[in-house]
Design a protein around this ligand. Structure first.
Ligand code: FE2
Ligand code: FE2
Length: 320
C-alpha cells in the first residue's frame, strides 16, 4: 500500500470512497454463502495447521498418542475461533461503534461512518462463521466444547481502559488496539487460509474471513490516517504506543486456554508444556506489519519522542 499524505483530506476521502464501493461487491456478507457444511468431512485430516501449535516441538507433545494429538488439533481450532470471536466482539466492534456514534472531527465524517458500519456488518458475519465452524468440528469429533474468555489481548485492553484517566485516552485505546488488531488478523489467518491440507471446512471458512480482513486492514489504515490528522503530539505518541504494544498481546500463545484443554483431555505432562512454552510467540511474524502501519498512518518522525518510552509508560498503566 502506498504511503499516505496524511495532511490531505482528499487522499483519504478518495480511498475511503473506493473501499466503500468495493465492499458492495467483494465483501462476503454481500455474496451468497457457500454451504461449508456440505464439504466432505475427512476424519483423518487435521482440523488445524500443526505449524501454528506453540508446543509442536515439545517432547511431551511429540510423545503423545496420535488420538490425543488429533483431539488437541480440534481444540486448537476451537481456541483459534474463540479468540477470533473475542477480537471481533470485544476489540473491533467497540471501535467501529465509537466512530459510527460519535465520529471524530473530520471533513470525511459521513464516509468514516459508512466504512465503519460496513466493517461492523462484516464482523457480525465472521463471528457467525467462526461459531458455526467451531461447533461443527465439536459435533463431528464428539468433543465437549471449550469455554474460555480470558484471552490476553482482551484482558490487557480492559486493564488499560480501567486505568485511563481521560476520555481521549479511552477512545484512542479502543481505536488503537482495534486498528492494530485489524492489521495483525490478516497475518493470523494467513497460514490456515493457505493450508489446503487441513479439514476443508476449516480452510474455507478461514480463507473467506482472510479475504474480508485484507480489505479491513486498508479501511482501518485510512480511517486511522484521518484520525491522526486531527491529533496533538501527545495524542499521537499515545496512539503509537498502543499500536506497537498490541502486537505482544495479540501474538500471545494463550497457554491459559491450552491449560483448560489439557485438563479436559487429561494430557500427559501438561504442566511441563505450559511451563516450558510460556507466553511469547514468534512476534517477529507480526512486527513488520505494525511498523509499516505506523509509518503509513503518519505516526513516525514529525517530532514524536521515542516509542520505547511511551510503551514503557503503557506497561505501567496496564499494571496499575
Ligand atoms: Fe473479521
Ligand atoms: Fe475485521
Amino acid at each position: 500500500m502506498e504511503r499516505l499524505n496524511c495532511g490531505t483530506d482528499d487522499v483519504v476521502k478518495n480511498m475511503l470512497a473506493k473501499l466503500s464501493t468495493l465492499w458492495k461487491t467483494r465483501a462476503a456478507v454481500n455474496n451468497p454463502q457457500p454451504n461449508y457444511w456440505g464439504l466432505a468431512f475427512d476424519a483423518d485430516k487435521h482440523d488445524f495447521s500443526l505449524s501454528l501449535l506453540p508446543f509442536r516441538h515439545h517432547q511431551a507433545w511429540l510423545e503423545a498418542p496420535q488420538d490425543l494429538q488429533s483431539k488437541c488439533l480440534s481444540y486448537a481450532w476451537g481456541i483459534y475461533n474463540l479468540k477470533t470471536i473475542y477480537i471481533e466482539c470485544n476489540v473491533v466492534v467497540p471501535a467501529c461503534e465509537d466512530i459510527i456514534k460519535t465520529p471524530p472531527p473530520s471533513n470525511n465524517r459521513a464516509l468514516l461512518q459508512d466504512v465503519m458500519s460496513q466493517a461492523l456488518l462484516d464482523e457480525a458475519l465472521h463471528t457467525r462463521m467462526s461459531i458455526m465452524a467451531c461447533n461443527y468440528i465439536y459435533d463431528m469429533r464428539k468433543l465437549p466444547p471449550l469455554d474460555f474468555s480470558a484471552f490476553n489481548l482482551v484482558t490487557w485492553r480492559e486493564a488499560l481502559l480501567a486505568n485511563c484517566t481521560a476520555e481521549w485516552e479511552r477512545r484512542l485505546t479502543r481505536f488503537g488496539v482495534a486498528c492494530a488488531s485489524e492489521t495483525l488478523i490478516t497475518d493470523y489467518l494467513k497460514t490456515m487460509a493457505e493450508d489446503a491440507s487441513i479439514q476443508a471446512v476449516c480452510h474455507e471458512v478461514t480463507r473467506t474471513h482472510a479475504m474480508d480482513e485484507w480489505s479491513h486492514s486498508s479501511v482501518f489504515s485510512f480511517v486511522a490516517s484521518d484520525i491522526v490528522n486531527g491529533l496533538s503530539r501527545k495524542e499521537r505518541e499515545y496512539l503509537r504506543a498502543i499500536i506497537l504494544r498490541t502486537v505482544q498481546m495479540f501474538a500471545n500463545n494463550e497457554m491459559g486456554a491450552w491449560s483448560n484443554v489439557f485438563s479436559m483431555l487429561d494430557f500427559p505432562h501438561a504442566g511441563e508444556i505450559v511451563r516450558d512454552v510460556g507466553d511469547n510467540n514468534e512476534i517477529s511474524v507480526y512486527t513488520d506489519s505494525l511498523e509499516a502501519l505506523i509509518d503509513r498512518i503518519g505516526l513516525t518522525g514529525s517530532g514524536l519522542s521515542s516509542a520505547e518510552h511511551a510503551i514503557e509508560t503503557l506497561g505501567e498503566k496496564a499494571r496499575a
